[in-house]
Ligand binder design. Structure first.
Ligand code: BGC
Length: 766
C-alpha cells in the first residue's frame, strides 16, 4: 500500500517537474487544471532527499566569473559543486541574462531534480535607471507614482534575469543618525504602511508569472531601525506597545498586500536576535498574520548569532534559526552544512525543513519558474528594456514629486528665466554619481544628470559654476565617500569672489550619496565637513542664497534656516536628479513634497518624531519652573516637522466639519474641510488628517496620522476634502494585548503638516 502510494506520488511529481521543460508544457497545462498549487508543491517535495530539501533553503552570493572557466578551488568551487548537486535554492547578486541563464541551466539541466533557482538582488530604488532614494519618494506622498516607480524597477530588473528584489525596506525610523533611514519611508506607521503596499504592488504586479514582475521582500523583521544611538546593527530594546503600534503595522500591511517574502534582521530585539526569534517569525508572522511566503535571513545573520552571544557555533546557529522560522539562509552556509545532521540528531524536525522548503517551492511555482525557468532570460528583451526612455521619463516625474520646499522668503523662488546672473556653488552641484544615492548597485557611476547640467539646459541667464569645497576626501575606493572633508578650504576664495556679483547664488550642499545607507551612521547630522563654513562665508558677501540640500537623512541646519532665504530639500534624486531640481527651481514644477521624517534643530533632540507622547510634564508655554520635559539649551520643537512642505502658492484651510459628534460600533463620522489656493500658482497640496485619543489604557501619541489626500488647485480654487473616521481609524494595541477601539474622547486635526492644523472633537462609544 505504502509503495503504491509512493509510486503514485512519484508519477505526479514527474509530471510537475517535466513542466520545467517546455516540450512538456501541454501536459503541465492539463495537469495544473486539476491540481492546486499545494499538491504540486507536495508532489515535488516527496521526490526530494533531505539534503535536497535543505538545498532549497540555501542561498549563495555569486561572486565568481560565472560564464568564465569553472572555479576549481576555494569558496567559489564549493558553491559551484553544491549548485550542480541541487544544494542551492537561490543566488543573490548574479545579474544579466547571460550569467543568470548560465546558472539556471546548471540548476535545471544538471541537477537530479532540475528545480529552478531564484535570483535575488537589492533593487532598492531602481536597477540601472535610478529613481529617488526611498525616503525621498516617500516625501511625494503619491502612492500611484511610488507604485509606478517600483513597477518600473521590477520591469528593468526582470529584464536582466532577476526575479526577486530585497525591497521594500519597511522599517519605521525615528533616528536620523541611522544611515539606513534613506532606504525607508520615514517615521510614520500609517504612511509607511501605505507606501509598503504601493511598492509591493508595484514590484509584484497583478501576475507574478508575467515577465515584468518580481518578488518583493518586506524587511527587516523587526525593529532594525531602533538601533540604540542610531549606530547600525546596534542593540534594540523596545517595549510591546512600540513594537505593535509603530514597528509592526507596515509589516502586517505587507502581508495583507500579498508580499511573497520577508527578510529578518541583524539586530537583537529585547535580547533575542531577530534571526533566531521565534516570537517574531513563528508566533507573529506565520502564526497571527498567517504569512504563507518564506523568510530569508539577512546577509550572514544566522552566523552572526555567535557574535551576539546566542549560539556557540554555526551549527547551533542553524538549529536556532530554523526552529525560529527562518526559512532561507543567506550566505551563512549554516543550513547547508548542518541542517541534515541536526535532523538526524533529532534537534530539528524534518517537518520544519519540509515547511520551509515547501514555502520556497511554492513561490517558485507562483513565479512560473516550473513552467519556464528561463522566463527572465531573454537577451533581446534585456537590450530593449534596460535604460529605456520611458524609465527616464518616469524617474524624472518621481524626482520632481519628491522635492520638498522648506523655506522661500523674498520670493527668491521660482527663479527668473532670463536676464539674471547666477552662480552655482558646491561640489555636489557638479556630481554625476552622488545623486544616485546609496543602494544603487547596478547603476553605473557618473550616470546621473547633475544640477549643473540641469541648470545649463535653461539658457536665459548667465550661469557660472564654482566648486567651493569637496564633500569627501579622496576618491579611490568604494568607501571613500564616508570620509568627510574637514580640512580642505582651498576653494573658498574662488566661490566667495564668484558670489559677489551674482543676482542669486544657488548652493548645492549636503551629503554625498554614499554618506548615508547601510553602515553609514553619523553622530553629527549637520552639513558635513567644511560646507557650513562655506555657506556662512558666501552669505557674508551675498545673502541671496537658494540652498539646495542633497542628503539621505534629515539634517540639522538651524543656521541655514535662520539666515538663508530659500531652502529646497532635494535628497538624492536618482538618474534625472539635475533636471528635476532645475525644473523645480525655475518653477516648471511647483513643489508638492511633504517631509516623511522630522528634521531636528540639533542632533541632541534625536530621536525626534511628531507622534510623541505627552509625558506627565508636557510643554509649558510660560514655564514657571525648570521641572518639565525640556532641554535648557534647545527648544523641544523640530526645525521642520513631519508632514511639512511649502509650495510656490499658498493654501488656506477652513470650515472643518464633522457630520456627527460621535459614533459607535461599526458606525463612522465624515470629516470635511475646505482647502483654498490663495496664491498665484496652480499647486498640489497633501491634506493630512490626524487624531488624538485623549485617555486610553495605554498612553497614546499627541497626534497620529490617519489619512491623507493629495489635491490640485488652481489659483483661487477651493475644494472640499472628505475623510471617514471609523473603528479602524482609532484602533490600537491596548492594555488587553490586542488591537481594538476604546471608548472615549478624541481630537481630530486637519492641515498641511503635522503642526499647522485646525481641529475638532468627537466621541466613540462601544
Ligand atoms: C542588508 C540587506 C540586503 C542584504 C543583501 C544586507 O547587508 O542588510 O538589506 O538585502 O545585505 O544585499
Amino acid at each position: 500500500m505504502k509503495n503504491l502510494f509512493l509510486i503514485a506520488s512519484f508519477a505526479v511529481a514527474v509530471v510537475v517537474l517535466a513542466a520545467c521543460s517546455s516540450k512538456m508544457s501541454n501536459t503541465s497545462v492539463a495537469y495544473s487544471k486539476i491540481n492546486p498549487l499545494e499538491t504540486k508543491v507536495d508532489s515535488v517535495l516527496k521526490l526530494m532527499t533531505l539534503e535536497e530539501k535543505v538545498g532549497q533553503l540555501n542561498q549563495y552570493n555569486g561572486f565568481w566569473e560565472i560564464t568564465g572557466p569553472t572555479p576549481k578551488e576555494g569558496q567559489a568551487a564549493k558553491k559551484y559543486e553544491d549548485l550542480k548537486k541541487g544544494l542551492v535554492g537561490s543566488m543573490l547578486n548574479v545579474k544579466g541574462v547571460k550569467d543568470v541563464r548560465a546558472l539556471q541551466k546548471i540548476a535545471v539541466e544538471e541537477t537530479r531534480l532540475g528545480i529552478p533557482l531564484l535570483f535575488g538582488f537589492d533593487v532598492i530604488h531602481g536597477y540601472k535607471t535610478i529613481s529617488p532614494i526611498p525616503l525621498a519618494e516617500a516625501a511625494s506622498w503619491d502612492m500611484a507614482e511610488i507604485k509606478k516607480s517600483a513597477a518600473m524597477a521590477a520591469e528593468e530588473a526582470a529584464s536582466v534575469g532577476l526575479n526577486w528584489t530585497f525591497a521594500p525596506m519597511v522599517d519605521i525610523a525615528r533616528d536620523a543618525r541611522w544611515g539606513r533611514v534613506m532606504e525607508g519611508s520615514g517615521e510614520d506607521p500609517y504612511l509607511g504602511s501605505q507606501i509598503a503596499v504601493a511598492r509591493i504592488q508595484g514590484f509584484q504586479g497583478e501576475d507574478l508569472k508575467a515577465r515584468n514582475t518580481i518578488l518583493a521582500c518586506a524587511k527587516h523583521f523587526a525593529g532594525y531601525a531602533f538601533a540604540e544611538s542610531g549606530r547600525d546593527y546596534n542593540t534594540v530594546d523596545i517595549g510591546e506597545s512600540t513594537l505593535q503600534n509603530i514597528v509592526f503595522p507596515p509589516f502586517k500591511a505587507s502581508v495583507e498586500a500579498g508580499v511573497r517574502t520577508f527578510m529578518n534582521s541583524f539586530n537583537e530585539l529585547n535580547g533575542i536576535p531577530a534571526t533566531g526569534n521565534k516570537y517574531l517569525q513563528r508566533q507573529i508572522l506565520k502564526g497571527d498574520w498567517k504569512f504563507d511566503g518564506f523568510v530569508v535571513s539577512d546577509w550572514g545573520s544566522i552566523n552572526e548569532m555567535i557574535a551576539h552571544g546566542y549560539a556557540k557555533d554555526n551549527k547551533q546557529a542553524a538549529e536556532i534559526a530554523i526552529n525560529a522560522g527562518s526559512d532561507m539562509d543567506m550566505e551563512s552556509s549554516a543550513y547547508i552544512e548542518h541542517l541534515a545532521d541536526l535532523v538526524k540528531e533529532g534537534k530539528v524536525k524534518e517537518s520544519d525543513i519540509d515547511d520551509a522548503a515547501r514555502r520556497i517551492l511554492k513561490v517558485k511555482f507562483e513565479l512560473g519558474l516550473f513552467d519556464n525557468p528561463y522566463l527572465y532570460c531573454d537577451e533581446n528583451y534585456e537590450k530593449e528594456t534596460v535604460g529605456k526612455k520611458a524609465f527616464h521619463d518616469a524617474v524624472l516625474e518621481m524626482a520632481k514629486k519628491s522635492i520638498v520646499l522648506l523655506k522661500n522668503e523674498k520670493e527668491l523662488l521660482p527663479l527668473k528665466k532670463s536676464g539674471q546672473k547666477f552662480v552655482l556653488i558646491g561640489a555636489l552641484a557638479d556630481d554625476k554619481t552622488s545623486p544616485l544615492g546609496s543602494w544603487r548597485i547596478a547603476a553605473d557611476d557618473e550616470t546621473a544628470v547633475s544640477v549643473l547640467e540641469g541648470m545649463q539646459s535653461y539658457k536665459g541667464n548667465q550661469l557660472s559654476y564654482v566648486k567651493g569645497a569637496n564633500v569627501a576626501e579622496g576618491r579611490t575606493q568604494f568607501v571613500w565617500e564616508t570620509k568627510i572633508n574637514t580640512t580642505d578650504k582651498s576653494g573658498f576664495p574662488a566661490a566667495i569672489a564668484a558670489a559677489k556679483g551674482a543676482d542669486v547664488v544657488v548652493m548645492v550642499l549636503g551629503e554625498h550619496g554614499l554618506q548615508s545607507g547601510e553602515g553609514r551612521s553619523r553622530t553629527d547630522i549637520g552639513l558635513p565637513g567644511v560646507q557650513q563654513e562655506l555657506l556662512e562665508e558666501v552669505y557674508k558677501v551675498n545673502p541671496n542664497i537658494v540652498l539646495v540640500l542633497n542628503n539621505g537623512r534629515p539634517l540639522a541646519i538651524p543656521w541655514a534656516d535662520d539666515h538663508v532665504p530659500a531652502i529646497v530639500e532635494a535628497w538624492q534624486l536618482g538618474t534625472q536628479s539635475g533636471n528635476a531640481i532645475a525644473q523645480v527651481l525655475y518653477g516648471d514644477y511647483n513643489p508638492s513634497g511633504k517631509l516623511p521624517m522630522t528634521f531636528p534643530r540639533n542632533v541632541g533632540q534625536v530621536p525626534i518624531y511628531y507622534n510623541y507622547k505627552n509625558t506627565g510634564r508636557p510643554v509649558m508655554n510660560e514655564p514657571e519652573s525648570v521641572f518639565w520635559s525640556h532641554y535648557i539649551d534647545e527648544k523641544n520643537t523640530p526645525l521642520y516637522p513631519f508632514g511639512y512642505g511649502l509650495s510656490y502658492t499658498q493654501f488656506e484651510y477652513s470650515d472643518l466639519e464633522l457630520d456627527q459628534k460621535s459614533f459607535s460600533g461599526d458606525g463612522s463620522i465624515e470629516v470635511s474641510v475646505n482647502v483654498k489656493n490663495t496664491g498665484k500658482y496652480a499647486g498640489k497640496e497633501v491634506v493630512q488628517l490626524y487624531i488624538r485619543d485623549i485617555i486610553a489604557s495605554v498612553t497614546r501619541p499627541v497626534k497620529e496620522l490617519k489619512g491623507f489626500e493629495m489635491i490640485e488647485l488652481q489659483p483661487n480654487e477651493t475644494k472640499k476634502v472628505r475623510f471617514i473616521i471609523n473603528k479602524k481609524t482609532i484602533e490600537f494595541y491596548t492594555a488587553q494585548s490586542k488591537w481594538e477601539a476604546e471608548e472615549g474622547d478624541f481630537n481630530v486635526f486637519v492641515g498641511g503638516s503635522s503642526v499647522k492644523t485646525i481641529d475638532a472633537n468627537f466621541q466613540y462609544n462601544n
